[in-house]
Design a protein around this ligand. Structure first.
Ligand code: ADP
Length: 462
């Protein structure tokens, strides 16, 4: 990891989730299909001349015949009891009050008109229902109305409730199955997101499975090909730098030895000293490149032993005290032991502290550096966390992702030739990252322009 980015909040991520959007589309489509089907069905049922409607009209006339003309309340009472109904007669010039109303025993309350959905309507007969309750109204020859309320039996009502719960259960099961299927289908997107993140953080060996068919398989294959060609290009570039460094090592050493052995007076002492310094710098650069490369290639080159990181930190800070720079040191109580290469970790501490001194001065020239060492919490539990923080000008956001790259310098004006003597080769952080990663850890940078910079190295406690 080379950089930390602010992650959007949970709710924001949820609202942007492709999975949720697809789920919403599926649910809305299902609701729309059901509504359309229901509306069509109701429309079909209300069409005048269907078999069921013809039978309904005939049936309601039979019922009216049985009640007689004029309508007889006693006959109606017997009929209502037999067929579990409530029957009501409204006179032609009714004022809203029924002439009479008879009912079977044990019926539920009257059903208000507003809950009913009309599904058949002709000049003489009207039928409306809700669940298993039906109301059929007949307009008689004298202009009065007979209303038949058909009530469900208690068993039918229990069965209805059972069916309602079963349908809710089936809907839930179908929704869960659809969600699982969508998750399964969208897994390649998840793989791709993770792999792209890993590649961004420098893991060019990362690939995604190409097992799922269709467009996503094509996308995965293209992604893998892209990372493979990126890996080839970068390793060719690294190979070149490595080969050149290798080839340069011997001639540089030879040149330095020859320079040492030059007879006195063969050149001005100042020139000889400048040449010697340049050669030493070239040697240091070649050494850093080869060391970083060998650590990345084979972590086995580490000389591992029991190391007290707290003691190393104290040592590194003491070294700086001699140069007049003071560092605020925050240590855990007692030693912080891990299996590591003490020399290499000292190099990391030195590089980070040297950088804080070189680049972390505030505008007024003051230099406040903090070195914090502690045990990781939460996600970093079981790890030592080392933070070197300064309060200098910080690093530009566009430069931040590149600070661990070899030969990268955020401020190009501070080249090796600059006379403030502060520029480096741009290899220090690259070497730090190689060392920390060879120990199985990671290093990250956080920087706020104008506020300062923090380098955070996380090392497993083994
Ligand atoms: P070098 O110090 O040799 O230039 P490094 O790899 O140590 O190389 O650092 C790379 C670049 O990162 C530096 O040139 C500098 O621009 C930037 N940098 C490193 N540390 C800091 C810091 N503490 N504050 C601001 N910039 C920094």
């Amino acid at each position: 990891m080379t950089e930390r980015r602010g992650r959007p909040g949970f709710l924001l991520r949820l609202s942007r989730s492709l999975f949720l959007r697809l789920a919403l589309v599926v649910v809305l489509t299902a609701v729309a299909i059901n509504t359309a089907n229901y509306a069509l069905l109701m429309d079909l049922r209300s069409q005048g001349d269907t078999a069921i409607n013809r039978n309904l009209v005939q049936y309601v006339h039979y019922l009216a015949e049985e009640i007689g003309q004029p309508a007889d309340a006693d006959k109606a009472k017997a009929l209502a009891q037999r067929l579990r109904m409530r029957i009501r007669l409204d006179a032609p010039s009714g004022d809203g009050q029924p002439s009479w109303e008879v009912s079977a025993e044990g019926l539920a309350e009257d059903m208000p008109e507003k809950y009913l959905r009309t599904w058949y309507s002709s000049d003489t007969v009207q039928a409306a229902s809700i669940h298993s309750f039906h109301r059929i109204r007949l307009r008689m020859a004298d202009g009065g109305h007979l209303t038949f309320d058909l009530h469900p039996t208690p068993e039918e009502r229990t069965l209805n409730k059972l069916y309602a719960w079963a349908s809710v259960g089936i809907c839930l099961l179908l929704l869960i199955a659809a969600a699982l299927a969508m998750r399964w289908l969208l897994r390649p997107v998840d793989w791709l997101t993770r792999a792209a993140g890993a590649v961004r953080d420098g893991d060019l060996t990362r690939r995604v499975p190409e097992t799922r068919g269709g467009e996503l398989r094509e996308l995965s294959r293209t992604f893998n090909q892209m990372v493979a060609s990126l890996e080839r290009a970068i390793s060719a570039q690294q190979r070149l730098v490595l080969d050149v460094s290798h080839e340069l090592r011997t001639p540089i050493t030879r040149l330095r030895l020859q320079l040492e052995m030059l007879p006195g007076g063969s050149a001005p002492a100042q020139t000889l000293e400048a040449m010697r310094e340049d050669l030493l710098e070239m040697e240091a650069m070649v050494h850093s490149i080869l060391e970083a490369a060998s650590l990345r290639h084979d972590a086995g080159t580490l000389r591992l032993g029991q190391v007290d990181l707290a003691a190393l930190a104290v040592g590194a800070v003491e070294r700086l005290r001699a140069t007049g720079v003071s560092v605020e040191l925050r240590l855990p109580e007692g030693p912080l032991r891990l299996r590591a290469d003490a020399d290499k970790l000292t190099t990391v501490l030195r590089n980070l502290l040297d950088n804080a001194i070189k680049y972390g001065r505030a505008a007024d020239g003051s230099c406040r550096i903090e070195l914090d060492l502690g045990l990781g919490l939460g996600l970093k539990a079981g790890q030592a966390v080392l933070t070197v923080r300064d309060h200098g000008p910080g690093i530009r956001p566009d430069a931040l992702p590149h600070v661990f790259e070899p030969f990268f310098r955020a401020d190009a004006a501070r080249s090796r030739g600059a006379d403030d003597g502060q520029g480096g080769f741009g290899l220090g952080l690259c070497l730090c990252q190689a060392i920390v990663q060879a120990h199985g850890g990671s290093i990250a940078v956080e920087s706020e322009p104008g506020e300062g910079t923090a380098f955070i190295a996380t090392l497993p406690l083994r």
